[in-house]
Design a protein around this ligand. Structure first.
Ligand code: ARG
Length: 576
């Protein structure tokens, strides 16, 4: 049930019947204020301008021609030519019944697409840090959302598992193995990388060995491959623990690291050269792009093969886009990568399009996000200025949540508290990120994210338990609710309309990859429920009909909150 889409369609038809151009846009939006009805159509003004007509006159004609029989019981013209639409309570209740009876809340089936989602993408032999957190959390919400809608989602964890640094890492792993200290060294990946680099910079023998290993690894040498595998496996085992803890759906099977595209690189470079898209320049292979200018205002040269024969991050992303077409058959590819990599992606994709490696119809979309900043507005760091480790951050979240829950529940058993703190603490970190528009930088603030009031995870989780408790207290089975829904009170009507906006919300989230839209929706829904709950007695309603009707509204609220939070990867609890 996508009310916005239904109304857009009907109003556009009326506009066209009134003489507007075929491509006119009804611009239907949810009304900002109750007095403007449930929806407002704003497209009349632009259409009237094109037709050289008085907007109000056109609005009158549109309303006359508009066929909303049964859907709305009132349409009003306001201001210069807005059309306000008031949905009919009888129609709303009929739609609520449909949603209640359906496992997917009455969602219109989609034409399934194959959607590849590139997210998380940590680097091998390095600890995952907060910079990877946003990609992981937002990307996972996107994956869950597309899947909920019925699309075929392929999760692509574009792990940084290739490059010249592996010579040094293999040499260091070997050294540690000889000293019987490999396991310990790998337990702290950050230190592992740092130490390897130190030897590489300071010990000439080590550096020579490391450079030799790079060549051997690239040549497929078995010993080097085994050592490399070990580095990848241990890193990904550690990352998997973080994914599980974060309730993120990535598994080992989703790893499609940079190395996967190695074999494609020489072919791509020679193909681009043969077709004169790329050319040699001072020993390197370069693609000059008119779309990008360098400081001198000339076409920017993007290197795809270095003088020493090595390939670059860009070359890999060219191959990767091609692979996602040729092998994964993706219709859409969504990249959750921070905004600093925008130019890199645009260059790679411009080359992909120039070469015609993927069809026009396939989209490559950079769903970028800003940085995570501390309260001081500077990049989020430890007090000592180091990068914060993800696992430390999550530990702190759980600890803080535990303290807050303890304040509210002095007699809760330790075990239960621990479980709850995990769900609330992790939920808070995730929700805080998800609830802000991803394109801006975001300020990490413990107090805000753990507040029990406002658009936060604890508030949403609490709202969920409140709705759920109505049913528990009533001790009724939803199957026993057989009477129809009646919407007499304004609060009931508003809650009903909002409940039916789940589909248009999730559809927008899926289209734009903006999970904060789902958070705002759920938050408004929870607030409307709270007003309804306080003013419209449910179990103590005056009549049995009213009691059942209100229970049904509560039930659909519970289901909608749960479904919405699920698409965000936020856990719910039964009591808190
Ligand atoms: N591993 C990279 C990093 O940590 C991110 C990779 C993003 N995905 C891609 N297709 N380039 O910066």
């Amino acid at each position: 049930m996508n009310i916005q889409a239904i109304l857009s369609d009907k109003i556009q038809q009326a506009l066209i019947s009134a003489g507007a151009p075929l491509d006119c846009d009804a611009i239907v939006k949810q009304s900002a204020k109750v007095q403007f009805g449930d929806y407002q159509a704003n497209g009349v003004m632009a259409a009237a301008k094109k037709m050289g007509m008085q907007p109000r006159q056109l609005a009158e004609k549109v309303v006359e021609l508009l066929d909303l029989n049964g859907i709305a019981d009132k349409t009003e013209i306001a201001g210069p030519g807005f059309i306000n639409i008031f949905l009919s309570p009888a129609w709303l209740s009929a739609q609520l019944e449909v949603a209640l009876a359906d496992e997917k809340l009455g969602l219109t089936p989609v034409e399934p697409m194959t959607i590849a989602i590139d997210y998380s993408a940590p680097n091998v032999a390095k600890q995952m840090h907060v910079g990877h957190l946003r990609s992981t959390i937002i990307g996972d919400a996107a994956a869950r959302t597309q899947e909920y809608l019925g699309h075929n989602v392929i999760r692509c964890n574009h792990v940084g598992d290739w490059g010249t640094q592996f010579g040094m890492l293999i040499a260091y792993l070997e050294k540690m193995q000889n000293e019987d200290a490999a396991d310990m060294a790998l337990a702290d990946l950050e230190a592992f990388y740092r130490e390897a680099k130190k030897y590489y910079d300071e010990d000439e023998d080590f550096a020579v060995r490391a450079r030799g290993y790079v060549v051997k690894l690239q040549g497929g040498d078995e010993y080097c491959r085994t050592m490399w595998r070990k580095l990848v496996d241990i890193t990904m085992q550690q990352n998997q623990e973080t994914y599980n803890r974060l309730n993120v759906t990535l598994t080992e099977d989703d790893v499609m690291g940079e190395s996967l595209y190695n074999d494609m690189l020489p072919g791509i470079v020679s193909d681009l050269m043969a077709r004169k898209i790329a050319q040699e320049s001072e020993g390197a292979v370069v693609v000059y792009l008119d779309e990008f200018k360098n400081k001198e205002g000339e076409p920017m040269g993007v290197i795809i093969r270095k003088k020493d024969g090595g390939y670059l991050y860009t070359t890999t992303d060219i191959a990767c886009a091609k692979y996602r077409h040729d092998v994964l058959h993706a219709d859409r590819v969504l990249y959750y990568i921070d905004s600093r990599q925008h130019q890199h992606l645009m260059q790679a994709w411009t080359i992909v399009r120039k070469a015609g490696y993927i069809p026009e119809s396939m989209t490559l979309e950079h769903h970028m996000f800003g940085m995570m900043l501390g309260k001081d507005g500077k990049p989020f760091k430890t007090r000592a200025g180091g990068t914060i480790r993800l696992s430390d951050l999550l530990d702190e979240a759980v600890e803080r949540a535990g303290k807050l829950i303890r304040e509210k529940n002095s007699d809760m058993a330790e075990d239960e508290l621990k479980q709850l703190a995990e769900v609330v603490g992790i939920g808070a970190v995730k929700y805080a990120d998800l609830s802000k528009s991803r394109t801006t930088d975001y300020i990490f603030d413990w107090d805000n994210m753990l507040a029990f009031e406002g658009n936060t995870a604890p508030y949403m989780q609490y709202a969920y338990t409140r709705v759920a408790s109505v049913f528990k207290r009533a001790g009724i089975d939803s199957a026993s609710l057989t009477l129809p829904i009646v919407l007499n009170d304004d609060r009931e009507r508003q809650l009903a309309a909002r409940l039916l906006q789940f589909e248009e919300t999730i559809t927008s989230v899926a289209r734009e990859g903006m999970p904060h839209m789902m958070c705002s929706y759920l938050y408004e829904l929870a607030c409307l429920f709270s007003g309804f709950y306080e003013h419209c007695p449910i179990l103590a309603a005056e009549t049995e009909e009213l009691r059942q009707s209100r229970l049904k509204l509560a039930l659909l609220t519970q289901k909608t909150l749960k479904a919405g939070l699920d698409t965000l990867g936020i856990g719910t609890v039964e009591k808190m």
